[in-house]
Design a protein around this ligand. Sequence first.
Ligand code: GLC
Length: 754
Amino acid sequence: MKKRLLFPGVATAAACAVALMIAACGSGDGVNAPTDPDTVADQRAAALVAQMTTDEKVQLVHGTGFPVFSLGGPFPPGVDGAGYIPGVPRLGIPGLAMADSAGGVNIANFGATALPAPVALAASWDPQLANAYGARIATELRALGYGEGLGGGVNLAREPRDGRTFEYMGEDPVLAGTMSAARTTGTQSQKVIATIKHYAMNDQETNRFTSNSVVDERTMRETELLAFEIGVTQAQPGNVMCSFNQVNGIFACENPYLLTTVLKNEWGFKGVVQSDWAANHSTVAAALAGLDEEEPGDLGSAAGGLPGITFTSYFSSALKAAVTAGSVPMARLNDMVQRKLRTMIRYGVFDSPPTSGGTIDQAAGNAFALQVAQQSAVLLKNAAPTGAQQPVLPLSGASLSSIVVIGGHADTGVLSGAGSGGTPAINGNAVSGCQQPASLIFGGCATWYKSSPLAAIKAQAANASVTYFDGTDANAAASAAAQADVAIVFATQSEGEGFDLPSLSLPNNVVDPYNQSYDQNALITAVAAKAKRVVVVLENGSPVLMPWLGNVNAVLESWYPGVQGGQAIADLLFGNVNPSGKLPITFPQQDADLPQPAISATNLTVNYSEGLMMGYRWYDAKQIQPLFPFGFGLSYTTFAYSGISASTDGAGDVTVTFSVQNTGTRAGAETAQVYATLPAGLGEPPKRLVGWQKVTLQPGQSHQVSVSVPAKLLSTWDVMKHAWKLNGGAYQLIAGASSRDTNALTTSVTLAGH
Ligand code: GLC
């Protein structure tokens, strides 16, 4: 393997210093001055590093507290996000404020838009929408004074009970990586530094600060690291956040393999490796491994920390001492600062630092939130009631005379996720009375946005009598449903950072007393037993089990649908919008079907014993029937696939073409997916996603889809050469509407391999 520089940034800085001299006083013609933004950023940063004192350098590589918890500071007004790094006025270096922004800016009281959760965005399978999502959030970050957004989680749903599943982008590396790259590009197009996190294998919340993810190299590279590789190499995020956990016995933020060998040397990452908050445990080990910034950093005289976390700074005075002693070379400190400055320059926050006090265009934010919610909902079931021909959805507002709406606080709002990946409710929580337990770091109360599905449903069926039952009396709700034309039951599953779900079963008043005060499965079962028509609407971040599925006519998956969720749900139920989402994560039939039967509360070793067989690959390899497969989603129209063929160039890149036709009676969008089965004997799962295309078609319209599959996505990781390997042999290509489409088209292509 080619010898790589240990600190590539250092070489760049030195070279740039030389280049500067040449450009400035060598040929003197100036006309050869570089123009490409990367080189310009590198050179400008190097020139600044050369002028900085050691104290100034150390100041730039650690935060000064956790402002949103008023730990540390002082901070400029309004810039009280998750972290802050003061600037160096002497050199014109501005300060940099950062805020959490998974699905919107996680800062209260400034009107930030709560978009549908990232898992919903993933369900849209629309990279252009992801780009706009990242840009929208960045616009609002800048308006509030933040130059760096801390959203962008791509940890894969190896464990769907992970309490942060809502914050991430599902179980497949190609979908998550591609959508994350698009989101990153959108954010950085608005002069905000984007983050991809949590690097890496941070796939459950239980014991997250100390657990050790034990995972073999090939599994890492072909699953979660592939998501990061796609995101980093396609979009060049300015910030990669290393995670709390250990990976194969070494904390991620001091792990040379992850931070230098893979991220910096192999993928050419030129940005900043930033620790998660209090995820740094050392000075020399972390600095030499490749950590570039410590957060929240030096709290100064601020209070100790939050329950369960203590903040110790290893990158302030301790780092200066280590550099002075020579245990951390000055070249490494220079590289850390070079990375920070070139990132700030490259993505525009240096030359036009955001200032706080701006205003947010809430109308624009709401319009976009509605669009995302409409595009990401997944229609899981839509059957005709007994004795009828037409499926129960879409509802016809004009012809309904009575509707019963039940449960899920549907009279007041829609659910969101908790923790740093949440977005505060602008006008206060729609659901009051929740007792916030002190134990959870980010609280046990869910956030509910004031976007009432009930009100939106009423508006769609102006002539119908629409009544609401809160779900606490299942019998009363069921009796009312028996008299109504249709019953719409809302089911909710709250989750958040800091804890995992005990089960994928819908929470009841035992498991989730803060948000549900009744047994949701029992309620749905009771209503389904008596209703003429029953529709279930899900508001959730992880998959849910559905013991009542056979007894209901329709299920609409709305995820955490954001600040316009009520309107979006009504638009979808009444057909103003045709559902087009597809599952980014498998819904299993039971917890026991999951790769790890239970999440251990005591065993700090998290064994990735399933290896490559994670997500849908697990169910395929084990021949377990899921409740709903990865990539599944219905429409109010139908589509037919035909005419598949595949061709390859000499380098192993493959192009798969086929036609998709709208064979129904209304326009709709279809995400046509392409999977590959690799040659036998490689130890690979039965299939892997290698590409897709989302096409909108009018009734009767046909479109030829062409999906390009780069050789890398057909490759396996060679643990002897530590490199991707395209194996020779016959590859099967599958085009279909989901990962388990019985009508999928197949073809094959033989590759020479290299
Ligand atoms: C949290 C999260 C991380 C977040 C950071 C700042 O612990 O793990 O995603 O960006 O701290 O709030």
